[in-house]
Structure formats: C-alpha cells, structure tokens
Design a protein around this ligand. Sequence first.
Ligand SMILES: [Zn+2]
Length: 382
Amino acid sequence: MTYGPKPPHRHRRTTAIAAAAAFAVAIPFTSGGPALAGPNFPSPEGNTNISSIVTYDDLITQLERLEKTSRFGVDVFTLAEVGTAVSTSEQGRDLYVATVGEGDEHVWLQGRIHGNEPYGTESLLAVLKEMGTNGSPDWQLLRDTYTFHVIPMYNPDGSELNIRQTVLQVGTSKRIDLNRDWGVGKFEAAESEAFYEYWTMVDPAFAIDIHHQGLKREYGTGDDVTLSLGISLAPGGPTLPGIEGGAYDVLTRQMHVHVYDELQKAGYVNMDRYQVGGSLEIDIKGGVVSAMMLGLDHDGLNPEGHSNPAIFFETSGNTSDGSLGQKARGKSIRQNVLALTELLVGMATGEVQQEDPARWDEIPHAPVTGYQTDTGVIPIGY
Ligand SMILES: [Zn+2]
C-alpha cells in the first residue's frame, strides 16, 4: 500500500475552496450563487437537453486543446498508443487517458462508465484543466504528490448511444454493464479488457469514479439529494473489512467523511450515503472500483495482487430518465469538481487520513437492512 497516512500539514481549506470557486467563472450556472440556491437541481420535469452533452468528438477536441495549452504537462494518449492487448471500444473507438503530475503515487480518476451519466466527463475535464493550468499551492501540491490518470469517458460507445451499457459487436449485440464486468469469468466487453490492463500498469494508490443516479430524497427529511457518496463494497459489510486488514474499510469511510464535511460549506449541495433499494448497502464484486479493492488478478496480469481503495460519487439525475435539467448543469458539474478537489487535496495533505471513520454513520442514510450483493440480498446480521 502506498497511500498510507502522511504527516498532517496545516489546514488548507480556505485555499482549496477558493480554487474550486474559481470554476464558477468557467462553468455557467444560472442561480444567484451557492448561498441562495436550493439543493433541488435535477429536473423532475424531464427536460434534459441532450444536445448540450459532451460527445466523443467534443472530448477529443477538448483533450487535445488541454494538452496544447497546459502549463504543467497534460499528456493525452490512447490505449492503442500505450499498447494494451485490447485497446479500443466494442465499436472500435479509441479509449482516451490524460495524465498530469509528477508524483510517485498514481491516482485513477474515471467518469462515464455508464454512457447516460454525462457529467463525469465534464467534471474530469474541468479538473484536468485546473491540474494543467492552475499554479496555486494546492494544485502544485497535487502535481508534486501524485501522477493523475484521468479517464473522462470510459464508455464512449454507450455515451454516443446515450445508454448505460456498451453493446457487444461480436456475436449477440448483447448489452454489457461495464461496471459489472470486472469479475471472475466476466470481462465480456473490450473496454473492460483494455482499461483493466492499463490499471495493472498504473497500480494506483487510490481511485475515484463519477456517476449519476435517479432523483433521490434524503431519508427522514425528504430533501432532494444532489450528491450521494458511494463505496461499492460496503464498509462493515461482508467483504471490505477482510481486505488489507480492514485498511480500506477505514480509509474509504474517512474519504466520505472528509467530502461530506467540506461540501457542507457549499449551500447548493445536499449529500447522503449511496444506498440501493431504499435501505441496502451495495456490495458488488464486479464493479470496476470493487475489483480494484479486491486486487482482482484477471488473465494473470496482476500476479502481485495490487489493490487500491476507491469511492464513487453519484450526481442526481441522468439523461435517459430525462431528469437532468439544463438549468442545473453548472451546479451538477461544480459539486463533482468541488468533491474531487477537496478529496484530492485532503489526501495529499493527510487531512483525510486524520478523519474519524466512525463519523461515516453521521452521513444521512436509511437504516441499513442488508447488503445487495451480486447474487442477492444478505440481510443485516447474517
Ligand atoms: Zn453509473
């Protein structure tokens, strides 16, 4: 493990927030500002405007522009250039990665593994822009501490089709959920083979994955939730406490606690814990970030059993439900950028590793009745 606690530095919260606030200039949003805005920014009216969503061609254009204009060395490349055995999507699209930073520890940031969840792409492009151009001490600290591997559009085929999955091109046109495909006996889709091999080359210290969910209300208050904090192997559940002597069970909780505390300061964000079926913790092994935590050795590519902790963010609203209001676009992206920034800076300064993991229980959630696993529900107290 390379992510272990570092000596605590002075608190850098003011500068981190200030840096994140600067995104507001670049990303249009229509409300009067964080303090005045209500948290309900997904749109229940179903007026998603697909034409404003970043396409695969837009992605390439923006990445190439970032590579050209960055002061701090953003490197954009495809997995074909890396030389992975499988290097394109099912429909033959190149799979893009951007790296930035000079640190010894590698960090994996991915978005849009579900094609109908678009703001992972835009959030990561916004963060990548700061990493490449922002000379402030926080961003310098991040570049000095870490080398980032940014995958803004893990699922380009699903993104172009505005569907969750990818579609197999060989045989059956079967749809594959790429976030259930890093499992023993799986790896049905080309994207999974390609990014898994790249993961074994990178051996990241930790990973963050950006998603969308449907509209959601907070348990108990009924308030609209804008952002759910997720861990795909439940802390305290059947699996996570047994990995690395429980180290990930602790650190992933600390990551959530840190993001929860820092984003409370933004008045437009309302967070809770990600749950499924109302009251179940998710505990699936075939999710990409689950397999990372499990140290999956697929095809003998990870014989040393590298593993890394990982969490995910779920912005409320998605394009296929039509619940992604255009009016809320700026805030939806901005909350991800803020969450990513605070988490990364907190990891680099050691603030995250100082958080009290027991406070994970304070993040709003329904009373847990069980665990949703790949093979069914395990009731609590199993
Ligand atoms: Zn998703």
